[in-house]
Design a protein around this ligand. Structure first.
Ligand code: AGP
Length: 599
């Protein structure tokens, strides 16, 4: 399997068939908006002419302005952009077209050799309109079409010259087909009786079909009523067969339901998703536990919230299974690659399974013969396919850019693995089953209303601190991340024991400090809370019992090694409510994308 490199987080969708392609693409773009929403565009073929509509802004705004539904087409492609090359302008929005306005393309990824190709094409007379790398694809196909017997042949020749990472959909006004190529960026095919789809992610077309084909790098698909699958192997276009799989998600899950935002919906789903994460094949867990026992050097690797889940797991593996695991931020992994051997085990944790830094880390491990096990939420993801073994979180689609249910699913799954490693699988299973009632209480309207009162007190704060010890320290880190991402309030996490080493200088009158308390280290962390309080801090206790040091108390029952699952939930709710109070969009925070697939 060829490796892939950095890619951007745009969303692409295409449909060809007997239904209204304009409507399907518009709906698909809405579902893909979490992947990027600087600008959006649409292209289709009407009576042999190319229709292209695009502008800066979110899908609803641009559609209201340009009316993507003006024509009832049977072939269309669409794109939501998260800018990397070129500023956020209408000209830089996709789709991009060739000189003769015959060809339109949408692209997710980075064409690393675009300057060289652009110079060559300009010298042949091509005129470029944008500052993007992607536009070079349209002109390259146009150029190759001069000596090609078909549109797909021109595409094949053009794609063969690209370096970097890309998922591309290309259409020609004279030809009734969509040509798709995948290399490094996610692309999945949907098959229905009335037509076929190509998209960056399954939610884009899940309302129409659950039959999907996951593509491999260098797969090229000619989408027409009967799609044809190829792979570009050593410069040749080879026909291939790809299995058709059925996804477990139904349309309802991929929609908000009665919730205003996906973030709240997904927080509420944790009553069930923690249970689903625990629903693993015991034999596979035992097999992986044996891999851990055999390994000489274990690395837990992840980014963002997934990294916090890895850090949490390192404490649980230590306490429950007496197993030492190294935890490394995926982006920092290159500093440890010299330790990797064929005896090393890398456990990669990634909800999307497309995070660039995580993929690079496991590829470095594979080069050195290390064993790769991953914990993912998306079965067809690059990480799942490139791992020796993978465990599915079964959390269902997480549409909100911020991870909530997938974070607690990761912890639940890794806890169960630690208990299995310790020969205590049944106990691990029982401990997770017990959480159903706790999470039900924590996500109840009563608890949410109480937290809302806290949010109203904190909504105008400039800084919020979070402290914890032991298992509560990574929880404090995740709490700070949630608050920052959702509400843009600066939040910072400290290990309780670190406060006196400098950071307590930051505490001023009224500085809010969220304190995570467990039976295991309650005395010490409460002492830290008292130090903060004596300097004017406002203490919020996430704790099984109340204490006089608390100015605000949120009751969270003691759950031992499962505290990280339950204690984060009130802060997820707090972060959500702060976002809403501050007029932020919790589902699509500024500057963020769901799957960070660039360096
Ligand atoms: C979490 O709220 C963030 N959106 C982000 O830190 C995320 O956890 C990180 O990018 C890792 O994503 P992954 O799990 O898909 O690899």
């Amino acid at each position: 399997m060829p490796t892939s490199t950095a890619v951007t987080m745009c969303g692409i969708i295409g449909y060809i068939g007997s239904m209204n392609a304009s409507r399907i693409v518009l709906e698909g773009l809405k579902h893909l908006e979490y992947r990027g929403y600087d600008s959006v565009g649409f292209a289709g073929v009407l009576n042999g002419s190319l229709i292209v509509k695009k502008d800066v802004g979110k899908v609803d705004d641009v559609h209201a302005k340009l009316n993507f539904l003006e024509h009832n087409l049977n072939l269309a492609i669409g794109h939501t952009r998260w800018a990397t090359h070129g500023r956020v302008t209408k000209t830089n929005a996709h789709p991009h077209i060739d000189c003769r306005k015959d060809i339109a393309i949408v692209h997710n990824g980075i064409i690393e050799n675009y300057e060289e190709l652009k110079n060559e094409l300009v010298s042949k007379g091509h005129v470029f309109r944008s500052r993007t790398d992607s536009e070079v694809v349209a002109h390259l196909i146009e150029e190759e079409a001069n000596n090609a017997a078909s549109f797909e042949e021109a595409c094949f020749k053009a794609f063969s010259r690209l370096e970097g990472a890309y998922a591309i959909l290309a259409i020609d006004r004279k030809d009734y087909k969509i040509v798709a190529i995948k290399k490094g960026s996610p692309l999945v095919i949907g098959l229905a009786d009335h037509g076929s789809f190509a998209a960056s992610d399954i939610p884009a077309f899940i309302n129409y079909t659950k039959k999907v084909v996951y593509l491999y790098d260098y797969d090229m698909v000619v989408l027409k009523p009967d799609p044809v699958f190829y792979n570009i192997e050593n410069g040749n276009l080879v026909k291939v067969e790809r299995p058709i799989q059925s996804v477990e998600w139904d349309a309802e899950k991929a929609r908000k339901g009665e919730f205003e935002h996906f973030m709240l919906k997904e927080i509420m789903e944790q009553v069930d998703t923690v249970q689903r994460a625990a629903d693993q094949d015991k034999k596979i867990l035992e097999k992986i536990a044996n891999e851990i026992k055999r390994a000489r050097g274990i690395f837990l690797v992840g980014c963002g919230s997934s990294y916090h889940a890895c850090l949490t797991a390192s404490y649980v593996f230590s306490k429950v299974a007496r197993e030492h695991v190294n935890v490394v931020l995926a982006s920092e992994f290159p500093n440890y690659e010299h330790f990797l051997t064929s005896k090393t085990l890398i456990i990669a944790v990634s909800q999307s399974g497309e995070t660039y830094d995580v993929l690079e880390a496991i590829r470095a491990g594979k080069k050195r013969g290390s064993k790769i096990i991953s914990v993912v939420n998306v079965m067809g993801s690059s990480l799942a396919r490139e791992s020796d073994e993978f465990l599915l979180m079964h959390a269902g689609p997480e549409i909100c850019v911020l991870s909530t249910k997938t974070y607690t699913s990761q912890i639940a799954l890794l806890n169960l693995l630690a208990y299995t490693l310790a020969g205590r699988y049944e106990e691990g299973r029982r401990r997770l089953k017990y959480l159903w009632n706790v999470i039900y209480y924590l996500t109840s309207a009563n608890t949410r209303n109480k937290i809302r009162k806290l949010a109203e007190k904190l909504a105008d704060k400039k800084h919020i601190f979070c402290i914890g010890r032991g298992l509560q320290y990574p929880t404090a880190m995740e709490a700070a991340l949630k608050i920052k991402e959702a509400s843009y309030i600066h939040a910072e996490a400290f290990a309780g024991g670190e406060l006196k080493h400098g950071t307590i200088a930051l505490i001023e009158e009224g500085t809010p400090c969220i304190v995570f308390v467990s039976e295991e280290n309650g005395k010490e962390i409460l002492s830290n809370a008292t130090e903060v309080k004596s300097r004017g801090g406002y203490i919020i206790g996430i704790s099984p019992t109340n204490h006089e040091v608390f100015d605000f108390w949120i009751k969270v029952p003691e759950c031992g090694t499962e505290n990280p699952i339950v204690q984060i939930i009130p802060v997820q709710i707090l972060a959500y409510q702060l976002a809403v109070l501050r007029g932020c969009d919790p589902d699509k925070p500024r500057n963020l994308a769901k799957s960070v697939t660039v360096k």
